[in-house]
Design a protein around this ligand. Structure first.
Ligand code: AMP
Ligand code: ZN
Length: 112
């Protein structure tokens, strides 16, 4: 499949890795929107949150466990935001499930 994040997960396209295990990869966003901005992806292709099912939802719990651990390791104690855009109107540009983790500045709410 011609998927950018599948290629990054397979190491075919380089990334600045933050964390990796057998199920997920964490790497810095190429166009950071905050002083800290990394992406968390499952290695197995899932298109978006809209494709989460009882069969594959375990990965989401694992992703959040790793985000919690990384927030401690990277000392994001002042706050951080986890965002996943789903579909065109929400601004999803890469159709492979990913969670943005943003930190290091004050973040507006609600988002634009
Ligand atoms: P979204 O627009 O929510 O689908 O998020 C996709 C994100 O992937 C954007 O923040 C892009 O900056 C980021 N991105 C695109 N290509 C790469 C790449 N090769 N390495 C790291 N991040 C990327
Ligand atoms: Zn993919």
């Amino acid at each position: 499949m011609d998927c950018l994040f599948c290629k990054i997960a397979a190491g075919e396209i380089p990334s600045r890795k933050v964390y990796e295990d057998e199920q997920i990869l964490v790497f810095y966003d190429i166009e950071p929107q905050a002083p800290v901005h990394f992406l968390v992806i499952p290695k197995k292709h899932i298109s978006s949150v809209g494709e989460i099912t009882p069969e594959n939802s375990q990965i989401v719990a694992h992703i959040y466990e790793v985000i919690a651990k990384l927030s401690q390791d990277l000392k994001l104690e002042n706050g951080f935001r986890v965002v996943t855009n789903c579909g065109e109107e929400a601004g999803q540009s890469v159709p492979h499930l990913h969670f943005h983790v943003l930190a290091g500045r004050s973040l507006a709410w609600p988002p634009g």
